[in-house]
Design a protein around this ligand. Structure first.
Ligand code: MN
Length: 194
């Protein structure tokens, strides 16, 4: 637990990424999907669990089509304040490139059938099976996060649950590219505009 690995990878004299902090005691847990234009353009999917952002690289971004399985690769936990980070990481630093807050909002764990209490997120992550409801600006509704193997190093899949927010024709990754936080494009963020 914790964000030591996150801090070790970064030189905070050079990057403006947050060092730590941002515990949101008593507040609804958040999620954020950041578009990251580094060596290879990708998305990062992060959910707040017990004071950290559990993070996964989501190469193609989320889909609203329940038939699509989107690969997610585990990466280091980030501090909750990272959900507010949008900007430029210096090229010679870890993750060098542009970060855009593509979507964000709150989430809650969905009750399993016949369960009285929502499953504990930490336990669900350890078990490799999480079902959550996202309340984003672009992405809403139920999503399943399924680990493809038994160890914490294994990859995951992000799959839209069949509900009223499912839409096989929508492709928000392509049609809604701007920041959910600032309305800016990657290029505007890179130029420091807005
Ligand atoms: Mn990234």
């Amino acid at each position: 637990m914790g964000t030591e690995k996150y801090r070790k990878k970064r030189d905070f004299r050079k990057t403006t990424e947050p060092k730590e902090g941002g515990r949101r005691a008593g507040e609804k847990p958040i999620f954020v999907i950041q578009k990251h234009d580094a060596g290879q353009r990708h998305y990062d999917f992060r959910i707040e669990v017990n004071g950290v952002l559990k993070s996964r690289v989501l190469p193609k971004g989320p889909s609203t089509d329940p038939r699509e399985k989107r690969l997610m690769i585990p990466t280091e936990d980030h501090p909750p304040d990272y959900a507010d980070f949008e900007g430029v990481i210096p090229e010679d630093e870890y993750g060098g490139g542009v970060v855009l807050i593509w979507d964000r909002g709150t989430y809650y764990s969905l009750k399993e059938e016949n369960d009285d209490d929502p499953p504990d997120m930490e336990q669900s992550l350890a078990a490799g099976h999480v079902v959550i409801h996202l309340n984003g600006q672009k992405i809403r509704g139920g999503y399943a996060l399924i680990r493809t193997g038994k160890t914490s190093r294994d990859n995951w899949l992000l799959i839209k649950i069949k509900d009223s927010d499912a839409d096989a024709r929508r492709n928000s990754v392509n049609t809604e590219p701007k920041s959910a936080a600032s309305g800016r494009t990657l290029a505007e963020i890179k130029r420091g505009e807005g």
